[in-house]
Design a protein around this ligand. Structure first.
Ligand SMILES: C[S@@+](CC[C@H](N)C(=O)[O-])C[C@H]1O[C@@H](n2cnc3c(N)ncnc32)[C@H](O)[C@@H]1O
Length: 285
């Protein structure tokens, strides 16, 4: 068994599955005075068997996970949220940015919408554009935007990176893009095969998406803005290949790493507006 989708141990996952089977929440007071009937037992057993035998991550079995203290619907159309960027969002990106000065945010590769939605909650004066190349992922994100009643401030856009954004500029571009290299992808535990390949695989070295972000973000950032990107284990390749850039690698109290920040002025000058070519229509607005 591999635990890497929001929990790091069997006990927490078992608890999530059993509570889901019994229709209870983890803070439900009935939890401590409950006789479990035959149907509840069967349902819990079935979920646990699917987790063990089919190696399906628990969040896909329950359809729910948490990110930055908020609940999100998830299914196999989207990556299960787990980015350490949650910690930055909860602090409104302080001390790196002034939360009150962030008015426009772009989330590239929004998946379930978790980063975009958490940003909108943490920065109540900000408008957030959230792009993804996967229409299936955008359907899940739309469900989460509705659930959190943020349709007025979180806009979902079908786009290959920046392609559908025209000349829009933002105070903050944040992204947890695909960054798994080919060899690493082939060696991932079975749990990861249930996640969309598009959400993980990023070419031979895992740099395909990061490269686009580094080359095109400056054209979409305002002066004094910042790009924040998670690259996980691909940090070493990023340092090697883009060694001339003055990355600030951020530290996290709750663990995790591989997240860099660059100010607008530290990014490479613009090779031409519009991103990686294929222009996509707007998804919802
Ligand atoms: C690692 S997942 C991150 C999802 C979500 N932001 C999170 O943190 O859980 C990367 C996302 O990028 C999307 N993606 C992949 N290639 C893309 C591209 N060329 N343009 C826009 N989005 C892309 C995938 O569909 C996927 O939803």
């Amino acid at each position: 068994m591999f635990f890497g989708h929001g929990t790091d141990n069997a006990r927490d996952e078992s608890a999530a599955l059993v509570l889901h089977a019994l229709g209870l929440k983890h803070d439900d007071p009935r939890l401590y005075a409950r006789r479990v009937g035959v149907r509840g037992q069967q349902c819990a057993r079935q979920l646990i068997e699917r987790r063990i035998e089919a190696r399906i991550p628990a969040a896909y079995l329950t359809g729910q996970t948490w990110f930055a203290g908020l609940p999100f619907y998830v299914d196999s159309r989207v990556l299960i949220p787990r980015s350490p960027i949650a910690e930055l969002i909860e602090r409104g990106f302080a001390p790196w940015l002034d939360p009150g000065a962030i008015r426009r945010v772009l989330d590239v590769g929004t998946g379930s919408g978790c980063i975009a939605i958490a940003c909108a909650k943490a920065l109540p004066r900000a408008r957030v554009d959230a792009v993804d190349i996967s229409r299936a992922a955008l359907e899940v994100a739309a469900r989460n935007v509705r659930r959190h009643r943020l349709a007025r401030r979180v806009h979902l856009i079908h786009s290959d990176h920046f392609s559908a954004l025209g000349a829009e500029r933002y105070d903050l571009i944040v992204s947890n893009p695909p960054y798994v290299g080919a060899r690493e992808y082939a060696a991932l535990p079975p749990e990861y095969r249930h996640e969309p390949r598009l959400a993980l695989a990023a070419g031979r070295a895992g740099l395909d998406s990061v490269r686009v972000l580094l080359e095109h973000s400056r054209a979409h950032l305002r002066a004094g803005g910042a790009l924040i990107v998670e690259v996980g284990n691909t940090e070493r390749a990023v340092r090697r290949v883009f060694g001339e850039l003055p990355f600030l690698w951020l530290q996290f109290e709750r663990g995790g790493g591989g997240v860099f920040m660059l100010a607008t002025e530290q990014l490479p000058a613009v090779p031409g507006r519009g991103g990686a070519g294929r222009v996509r229509a707007e998804y919802t607005r």
